[in-house]
Design a protein around this ligand. Structure first.
Ligand code: 4NP
Length: 153
């Protein structure tokens, strides 16, 4: 089983979308996709209604997801940890118990634009079009990730 974890700050806007999008592209039984937040503000909540809406517009249902906080055991439980921005990256790396754990952490848009360190902007305080833009970025990056994981599995 190959396990992939999507991480953002709140686990209600970006990482739930990333989870839903990658899950839709990896329908085979040997993949498990989850998401978590570095912060604990929204534990137990559904994703932000604007993320639910934009996913639904693209025929993906993320409404059943429940927010949770990243925990150190995730380093053992997951093979790949994709973060949305540099702040997430620093927060997760700071929790890594060893070098092997650090190697699992990647900025998600580096899959699409290698080494450019481009961030997925936080759409939380913006309008609905921000969510559609985030969806498009994540969709393109998840396409690359899914192809790579399928080739390697
Ligand atoms: P996310 O967006 O990290 O994409 O889930 C945010 C959601 C909530 C907050 C910040 C970012 N917040 O401050 O509550």
């Amino acid at each position: 089983m190959i396990k992939i974890l999507m991480v953002c700050l709140g686990n209600i806007c970006r990482s739930p979308l990333a989870e839903g999008i990658l899950h839709a592209k990896l329908t085979e039984d040997n993949f498990f996709v989850d998401s978590a937040g570095t912060a604990g503000y929204h534990i137990g909540s559904q994703p932000d209604i604007r993320s639910v809406k934009v996913a639904k517009n693209h025929f993906i249902d993320i409404s059943k997801q429940k927010c949770r906080q990243f925990c150190v055991t995730d380093f053992d439980n997951f093979d790949y940890i994709y973060v949305m921005d540099m702040s997430n990256y620093r927060d997760i790396i700071a929790l890594a118990p060893n070098e092997n754990s650090k190697q699992k952490v990647h900025l998600i848009l580096n899959e699409l634009f290698p080494n450019e360190n481009i961030e997925v902007p936080d759409p939380y305080y913006g309008g609905d079009d921000g969510f559609e833009q985030v969806f498009q970025m994540l969709d393109k990056s998840c396409e690359v990730i899914a192809k790579k994981l399928k080739q390697n599995s």
